[in-house]
Ligand binder design. Structure first.
Ligand code: NIG
Ligand code: FE
Length: 420
């Protein structure tokens, strides 16, 4: 047995979120985060070797003469956050939309007028590769400092084959160059570009874009903005069905602004996740539970759209839908990188308990990216992605908001960020 390279010890509470690596946590299991008092983690290389109480791990002999010790006395230790829904690769910003929003102009109306997603498409197209990467790196580093150690990133501000391929290539480069692990999703169906119709663009995605993206092997998931006025249920189903044939795992922006059968479609095509779901129907929730589709809920988007409309998370948990949380980080509907803020909003408005929110932001989020064998919990054999929070207990984490509660971020066994 080797000695640990890094020994995190004496944590007041260590939330392992263990036991859900094979299947996501559902129902009452979401509230069980495997808390250990006076907890410790022994890390060898980039992997977790052992998890338990400080006394147990010391007795087992993990601590050698060269082991680096990290004292978490009085603090809370958790798995790194997994953010399973972001659009962080983009050019420009959209603060110009704030006065419009305050004046009551709806989100989709701004898009119809050529603003919204389409204005980010223009800003992204006019940025060089270097500019786009520099802007995105800043956001990725903010995410890391806020505790996100794995994140999904969608394309979708390209809307042409060339620009979508560029976005996915840049995501791959950023994944190599940055500390965070990035998971790429192709989302050509994010908006209909000017000069095209929904039918034409759907055809382009199905016949040209999907085969090319699949051929390059640069995206694991395929996502669609399924919303009346953007991509209809029929178009979304066509795109996701073809994507599945080509080896992508489907995801779907579903029932965000209107109840349109998106949750039902997610179940029908066995999507890995359905995201947003503010208006999901009872039927849709039942179908998702039955098909094992993960609900990725995005309360920061609800908060920022300022319509007092949130997903029915309690009904979903009661129905047995595995719930995950994400930032939806994007320049329009959710300009934030903070999973801590998402946890706060999830407790206050989705009515999740702090433990359920943590499960949703770690292991269930890892399942939504099919990474649950690797990350999302503190268990022997997993990648050593660990957070130390300067908070006294789990309730404190969502309770105190607007600051960064993270004290240190350990990624693949190395301390990569520290609050000084
Ligand atoms: O998930 N709903 C569609 N797409 C994003 C918003 C992207 C944008 O506004 O730029 C979302 O909310
Ligand atoms: Fe989104």
């Amino acid at each position: 047995m080797p000695y640990a390279d890094l020994f995190i010890h004496s944590a007041r509470y260590l939330a392992t979120v263990r036991g859900y690596s094979a299947e996501p946590a559902r129902g009452s299991a979401m509230d069980e985060v495997g808390l250990i008092e006076d907890g410790a983690v022994a890390i060898v290389g980039d992997k977790i070797a052992a998890v338990g109480t400080t006394a147990d791990l010391e007795r087992e002999g993990w601590v050698g003469p060269d082991t680096e010790r990290l004292d978490a006395r009085g603090k809370v230790v958790t798995p790194g956050f997994v953010d399973p829904h972001t659009h962080v690769l983009y050019g420009g910003s959209r603060e110009n939309e704030l006065p419009l929003k305050l004046a009551g102009v709806p989100y989709l109306e701004i898009l119809k007028q050529g603003g919204g997603i389409l204005s980010t498409v223009s800003a992204t197209a006019s940025a060089t590769d270097e500019e786009l990467k520099a802007q995105t790196k800043k956001r990725l580093r903010t995410m890391l400092s806020l505790g996100t150690t794995t994140a999904e990133v969608k394309s979708g501000y390209g809307l042409s084959l060339k620009e979508e391929l560029r976005a996915l290539r840049l995501i791959a480069e950023l994944n190599k160059e940055e500390v965070l692990d990035l998971v790429p999703t192709f989302m050509g169906a994010h908006a209909v570009p000017p000069g095209s119709s929904e039918e034409e663009f759907t055809k382009t995605i199905v016949e040209e874009m999907l085969p090319q993206v699949a051929g390059q092997g640069i995206a694991e998931f395929c996502d669609v903005f399924c919303e009346p006025g953007v991509f209809s249920l029929e178009s979304s189903e066509r795109i996701l069905a073809r994507a599945k044939e080509l080896g992508f795992r489907p995801k779907i922006h579903a029932d965000e602004l209107e109840a349109a059968g998106g949750a039902e479609l997610a179940a029908r095509i066995e999507a890995v996740s359905a995201d947003h779901l503010l208006q999901a129907s009872d039927r849709g929730i039942k179908d998702m539970a039955q098909a094992g589709v993960i609900a990725v809920l995005l309360p920061a988007t609800s908060f920022n759209l300022a319509k007092n409309s949130y997903a029915r998370a309690r009904d979903m948990v009661a129905a047995g839908v595995p719930v995950a949380l994400a930032t939806d980080s994007n320049p329009g509907s959710s300009p934030t990188e903070s999973m801590s803020l998402v946890l706060t909003l999830a407790c206050l408005y989705l009515k999740l308990s702090p433990a359920e929110a943590l499960t949703a932001a770690t292991i269930n989020a890892a399942h939504a990216l099919r990474r649950a064998g690797l990350v999302g919990s503190l268990e022997a054999g997993k990648q050593a992605d660990v957070l130390i929070f300067d908070v006294p207990n789990l309730n404190y984490l969502p309770y105190h908001f607007g600051n960064n509660p993270v004290d240190a971020v350990i990624k693949k066994g190395k301390k990569v960020w520290e609050n000084r």
